[in-house]
Design a protein around this ligand. Structure first.
Ligand code: F3S
Length: 754
């Protein structure tokens, strides 16, 4: 392990550190003295402090040092804006940004791309200049989907990557622990802070046998999703192992890991094997494959490693599956599917078949799908349904175009879209059915929640392998099982589709694709970041003010929330996402979904200065204008839901001081601390009921100390005697500094200067 091997062909001087990983692992091994799973090995070899870290699966919070960060263009905006406000000259951990989410599918690849470049120009300009400035690799629109680019260029066995997208686990196909996170976590790692993760449990999936015929890697995860359900993977890493793993292609393993996000898993991964070596070689990274072979003993589970749960799947008997509609865990094997469709009244006609996306657009997927299309065309048939292809990357696209698969799809009646997320994320200007009209689409994507693809809640979306999508598109109906049923050819004769065949890797290697990568320039100091002061989509963040060192007196309660208050209630998504790079504009959605305990209504609170009722953001702005800080009172599990950092940034931006609740969802609580807010809980949850929505409060901030309660003095609106309430918190020493300095980033900037 003496060698130094670079992580990627695109950067100089960022090395894979198997030596250090090995040292860390040995320290932990001595402490734990038991066989380890592969997932544990990766995590423990990336510990910030392997000697002293407390380690208990499902309990401890691990402080980790990821190797890399990857961001997609929608989430990168706020992440980079926050990073900028820390005032550091460059990122402390290798980082890349990928333009894929903002490209809308309308008429096909080139034109859609040109339109996206126009509509999103200011966002792309900002991302490209800020990446250049802060030493971030930038993949321009047209380069491909983040997870495909990461697999082709950045993933390596044993590595730890965080990415601001839920399907980041795709890189598990190359033996990497790749974990989806919110923007705030990415910012920490970009700035050099350790990253915290609750030590995951490990679910083992043991694969035996070998798949054949119409069964594809996708069927493994479709089956697992059916077993574990959408919640079953929460707080766990899914670790595949067993002899069956060697029969899967690297990209097939990527597909399986990608869709592990659908069962809520922290990530999924496969042990290093020869198939990964072959893929590394085909993508011009043989030296990484050779290096991994040297370290191979630690790139898999120890013998006797124990899993918190174990699932066994025999690939030889695994049937093709079709999951859906409306949820990815409703798994039906093809042999039972017709019956199920009839019994449930699912619309039988398949309107659109869609293949590709980050989940299923490998060379193997494309060649297999093309083989079925060719077979149909040899019998004079084309796709009966509309047929849409989303290639995963520009390299793959030019390969599949050079080798003829894309042409096949076009002859088959298909439309090839830009190599971007498109319909998968709802960037689809679909015109063939009206909103509300029940209809069926079949995709090789990963998510099929209501309305995800085309914003039509009546669209029944089924998720399956690309092979099944093609077969069902030819038949144009859900009522078709290619394993048993025949089709009628142009010559009037019945025929059965041949089993798909494909190539795991292109025989003559991958194509470099278009020149869409922008490396950070040598001279970064002279780059200026492009943000127009008149932009309504982007706004430079100003560092928040430090604490004034005083107790806060006579604060109004902006809103006393009643019942569920999720991050969606605090910072709504939908149309607001357009403003995710503009804190002031997006703050107009602050808490507009929360229910006011005073009147049971959303977005209607009393302004104590005027006595008038108004929208929550408007009242907060009025207080801020008048130099008055405010607090929010919340109910149980305040801030559950996505890890969206805007839900913490907005109250801070509009002048909030504290959020006082019965309890918090942990990630939101941490996000609030990072932004310099005080997340506090009633020491006695019953005190929630003692406070009226129009009372005033004093918050004794000077009492803030580790493990000590704080005092809240309540001045009831009805004029009765003030009373005290005790508040608890979970601040540690370091986090108290965040509050004092105004935010975690301010603290980091201060330390960097010192
Ligand atoms: Fe994009 Fe869909 Fe994947 S949104 S990153 S293609 S899950």
């Amino acid at each position: 392990l003496s060698k130094k091997v670079e992580m990627t062909n695109w950067e100089k001087g960022n090395f894979i550190n198997y030596k250090k990983m090995n040292e860390n692992l040995n320290i932990v091994r001595q402490r734990l003295n038991r066989p380890l799973t592969y997932a544990e090995k990766i995590l423990y070899s990336h510990l910030d402090d392997p000697h002293n870290q407390e380690i208990e699966r499902g309990k401890s919070y691990l402080k980790l040092r990821p190797d890399r960060v990857a961001c997609q263009d929608a989430t990168a905006q706020m992440a980079i804006l926050q990073f900028m406000s820390a005032g550091m000259p460059s990122v402390a951990t290798p980082t890349t940004v990928h333009c894929d989410h903002l490209i809308e599918a309308q008429v096909g690849g080139e034109k859609d791309l040109a339109r996206a470049n126009e509509i999103n120009k200011e966002v792309y300009d900002f991302l490209s200049t800020s990446c250049a400035k802060y030493n971030i690799g930038f993949w321009r629109p047209g380069s491909g989907i983040i997870h495909q680019i990461v697999l082709e260029n950045y993933a390596f066995p044993g590595g730890l990557l965080i990415g601001t997208d839920s399907h980041t686990p795709n890189a598990g196909g190359l033996g990497m622990a790749a974990i989806g996170v919110g923007g705030a976590d990415a910012v920490d790692v970009m700035a050099g802070l350790p990253w915290e993760l609750k030590a995951p449990k490990v679910i083992g999936v043991r694969l035996t046998g070998k798949m054949s015929g119409w069964t594809a890697p996708k069927d493994v995860i479709l089956k697992v999703a059916g077993i574990l359900t959408v919640k079953g993977g929460t707080g766990a890493i899914v670790e595949y192992h067993g002899p069956g793993t060697d029969s899967l292609s690297c990209t097939g393993m990527g597909t399986i890991c990608n869709m592990g996000a659908e069962i809520g898993a922290t990530t999924s991964l496969f042990p290093f094997n020869d198939r990964m070596y072959d893929y590394l070689k085909a993508t011009n990274r043989q030296r990484i494959g050779d290096f991994a072979r040297e370290y191979a003993a630690e790139l898999r589970e120890d013998e006797g490693a124990e899993y918190d749960q174990l699932i066994e799947i025999d690939l030889s008997t695994l049937e093709p599956h079709i999951n859906g509609p409306f949820t990815p865990d409703l798994a039906t094997p093809i042999s039972k599917f017709k019956e199920a469709a009839k019994a449930n009244g699912w619309p039988e006609e398949v309107k659109v078949g869609l293949i590709g996306s980050c989940t299923n657009s490998s060379y193997e997927d494309m060649t297999r799908a093309a083989s079925i299309a060719e077979d149909a065309m040899a019998h004079g048939l084309k796709s009966k349904s509309q047929f849409v292809v989303t290639p995963g990357s520009s390299g793959l696209q030019s390969k599949a175009s050079g080798d003829g698969q894309l042409k096949t799809f076009e002859e088959f009646g298909g439309m090839v879209l830009a190599n971007a997320c498109g319909p998968c994320i709802g960037q689809w200007d679909r015109r063939d059915v009206k909103k509300g009209e029940p209809n069926t689409i079949v995709t090789s994507y990963n998510r099929n929640f209501t309305g995800r693809n085309d914003a039509n809640p009546a669209t029944h979306c089924f998720v399956t392998s690309p092979d099944m999508v093609v077969a069902m598109s030819i038949a144009g109906t859900l009522n078709f099982n290619p394993l048993t049923d025949t089709l009628k050819g142009k010559d009037g004769k019945e025929f059965k589709l041949k089993e798909p065949t494909g190539e795991a890797l292109p025989a003559r290697g991958y194509d470099p694709g278009r020149d869409t990568y922008q490396a950070p320039p040598e001279d970064r100091a002279s780059v200026s970041v492009a943000v127009s002061p008149t932009s309504d989509r982007l706004q430079i963040l100003q560092p928040f003010q430090p604490w004034d060192g005083k107790d806060a007196k006579d604060l109004p309660i902006l809103i006393k929330c009643q019942g569920k208050t999720t991050t969606d209630h605090i910072s709504m998504a939908g149309p607001w996402l357009k403003y995710r790079g503009h804190l002031d504009n997006i703050s107009n959605n602050m808490l507009i979904g929360a229910i006011n305990a005073e009147n049971g209504e959303a977005n209607k609170v009393k302004n104590v200065l005027t006595g008038q009722y108004d929208a929550v953001p408007a009242v907060a702005r009025d207080y801020k204008k008048n130099g008055i800080k405010w607090v929010v009172i919340g109910d149980w599990n305040y801030g559950e839901g996505s890890s969206r950092e805007h839900a913490a940034l907005e109250p801070r931006h509009l002048g909030g001081l504290a959020i006082i609740t019965r309890s918090f969802a942990r990630i939101h609580e941490t996000n609030l601390k990072k932004q310099g807010m005080l997340p506090l809980t009633f020491s006695d949850p019953a005190d929630y009921d003692k406070i009226g929505p129009n009372d005033r409060v004093d918050l004794l901030c000077t009492e803030l100390a580790v493990d000590k309660p704080m005092t809240l003095v309540v001045h009831p609106a009805n004029g009765s005697k003030p009373f005290e309430v005790k508040l608890s918190h979970t601040f540690n020493e370091g986090q108290i500094e965040w509050f004092k300095n105004g935010s975690a980033l301010n603290t980091m900037a201060k330390n960097a200067k010192a």
